[in-house]
Design a protein around this ligand. Structure first.
Ligand SMILES: Cc1cc2nc3c(=O)[nH]c(=O)nc-3n(C[C@H](O)[C@H](O)[C@H](O)COP(=O)(O)OP(=O)(O)OC[C@H]3O[C@@H](n4cnc5c(N)ncnc54)[C@H](O)[C@@H]3O)c2cc1C
Length: 505
């Protein structure tokens, strides 16, 4: 019997497993797909590797949330392209989203307005980002469930910054209205794009602090690993196994039940015992397979959030260098028009593998991923013929939009694949193909988020459905919170066994 069974080998599950294994517990990961990664996974075709969702790892440098993960499991730093930023293509201008704070401070005033109101808005966002990125790096944990959580939050935020926690009650829309900037078209369009990508929600409803963290995410450092997520996972899995961790792939969880002091995990490869369980599965899957107490606790959240789910579509291209020539940045975010809602290509991300990254593509070629948000409903209940026609037309539309940046893109592609919510449902086990966490609002995040401790002893939740939500950095922070809780429980059980043993003597 292992100390901990980890259900699901996405980034949240693998990060939690590696932390626990490195801390001396025995762990076993169960992943339904043939390889790890989930929504931060990859596939390979004709010598190219493509990132199926996340292309960049956030805050993985020393001292960062991801950097702390690598240090705590004894893994060497990432090797790849540390992005100097990326370019946002608005309908009437481009804005370079520099990582460098001085360049960015200058660019935003020059391209987006420099009135006193603009400067006050940026000053507030910078202050919130600075304090709450630091709090994340120190291991802040929400929702607050115990006195220990409250003390930890005070330590992470710092007494001198506690007054800023009042902004947890504000939305981004509230602050834009306060500064009378809500009608500034270009500013709000750019903020909306950054917020949709990181917090998934509309600018008016996004919680202010979460939005401030999302808007400044590139300041925390974005890295595309050499070979993309393929290169990252190759190293990570090797390291996890080197620590003694056990990974079962093509191993679907069927159900989990309480057994004595621990749990029995029923899978397509047999039954496994564990003292504790960490579920890093999508929440509806956890609710379906976990002991009934977990399902009952999750029912409230699943019902509350069922209208707040979103999907994504991605085009994967394998192209020659000449088709992506002429740009110094490898990542671009595009808005086609100010007059339509975001999604379906109106706000899309174009990621190109770095020149010379031959783990991502054959020499002389590059991997390109074009991703956008979409509504999951639009891809449901179609006939196979309609679905195929919609998929093809959608892919061509995204490629055409991307030709604003790369006019020759996909003129002669070696690979041209299109992923939709149905693809995510099939390959990553996401019910209905909903990806990321919920669209975050004041009523479903932070103190109202799905907690990692759902109230079943020794059964924990992690991943982008739980606090702090979506994205690799959030999942990695969640893995730290959960790994610490699992270790506390492990020590508690061990010491009670020792005490019982002593009484026996
Ligand atoms: C298009 C797109 C672009 C993105 N871009 C970025 C980015 O650039 N940077 C960033 O930080 N984030 C990005 N994200 C978000 C990020 O990829 C996700 O938030 C994160 O990967 C979620 O990880 P997870 O471990 O919580 O869940 P998942 O990745 O969904 O992992 C869950 C795992 O459980 C497995 N599973 C499901 N059911 C079962 C079962 N019954 N038995 C066993 N296993 C099962 C799945 O196969 C999967 O591997 C992007 C997401 C998308 C979709």
């Amino acid at each position: 019997m292992k100390d901990v069974a980890i259900l699901g080998g996405g980034i949240a599950g693998m990060a939690t497993a590696a932390r626990l294994q490195a801390a001396g517990l025995t762990t076993e990961v169960f992943e339904a797909h043939g390889r790890v990664g989930g929504c931060a996974g990859y596939f390979r075709q004709r010598g190219f590797s493509f990132d199926v969702g996340a292309t960049t790892l956030v805050d993985f440098e020393s001292g960062g949330v991801g950097g702390e993960l690598l240090e705590s499991i004894g893994m060497s730093p990432l090797s790849g392209e540390a992005l100097p930023g990326y370019v946002a293509w608005l309908p009437d201008r481009t804005v370079t989203l520099y990582r460098d704070q001085h360049l960015w401070a200058h660019e935003r005033l020059e391209k987006l307005g420099s009135s006193a109101a603009h400067q006050r808005l940026w000053a507030l966002l910078d202050q919130l980002a600075c304090v709450f990125w630091e709090a994340s790096r120190k291991g802040i944990h929400l929702p607050l469930q115990t006195v220990g959580d409250v003390l930890n939050a005070v330590r992470c935020v710092g007494l001198s910054h506690l007054h800023l926690t009042r902004y947890m009650l504000f939305s981004m829309g509230d602050i834009l209205n306060t500064f009378t900037l809500r009608d500034d078209l270009a500013l709000c369009a750019l903020l909306s794009m950054l917020i949709e990508d990181t917090v998934h929600s509309h600018i008016d409803h996004a919680p202010l602090i979460n939005a401030a963290l999302g808007i400044t995410i590139r300041g925390a450092g974005l890295t595309r690993h050499s070979g993309g997520m393929y290169g990252f996972w190759k190293r990570f899995v090797e390291h996890f196994k080197g620590l003694g961790g056990v990974l079962h792939v093509s191993c679907k969880i069927e159900h989990v039940q309480k057994y004595g002091d621990g749990y029995e995990v029923y899978t397509s490869q047999g039954v496994f015992g564990a003292r504790q369980v960490v579920s890093a599965l999508p929440l509806p899957v956890t609710a379906a397979v976990a002991p009934s107490i977990v399902g009952r606790q999750l029912a409230y959240y699943l019902k509350r959030d069922e209208q707040s789910l979103g999907g994504a579509a991605v085009v994967f291209l394998g192209v020659s260098d000449s088709e992506v020539a002429g740009q110094s940045f490898t990542h671009h975010q595009l808005l086609q028009t100010y007059d339509a809602p975001l999604g379906d290509g109106n706000n899309m991300f174009v990621s190109v593998s770095a020149a010379g990254d031959t783990l991502s593509s054959p020499a002389g070629y590059r991997s390109v991923m074009i991703s956008t948000h979409c509504a999951i409903e639009d891809w449901e209940h179609c006939s196979p013929t309609d679905y195929e026609a919609q998929r093809r037309a959608y892919g061509d539309r995204l490629v055409n939009y991307a030709r604003r940046v790369y006019p020759n893109l996909a003129t002669n592609p070696l690979v041209y694949e299109i992923g939709t919510p149905q693809t995510y449902a099939h390959f990553t086990g996401r019910p209905r193909g909903a990806v990321g966490g919920v669209k975050q609002t004041l009523s479903n995040t932070n103190q109202n988020a799905v907690p990692n401790d759902i109230g079943a002893k020794g059964f924990w939740l992690v991943g982008d459905g739980t606090w702090p939500g979506l994205g690799t950095v959030a999942c990695v922070l969640g893995s730290r919170v959960v790994a610490e809780a699992v270790q506390r429980q492990h020590r508690l059980v061990k010491s009670s066994h020792t005490t019982k043993g002593k009484h026996h003597e």
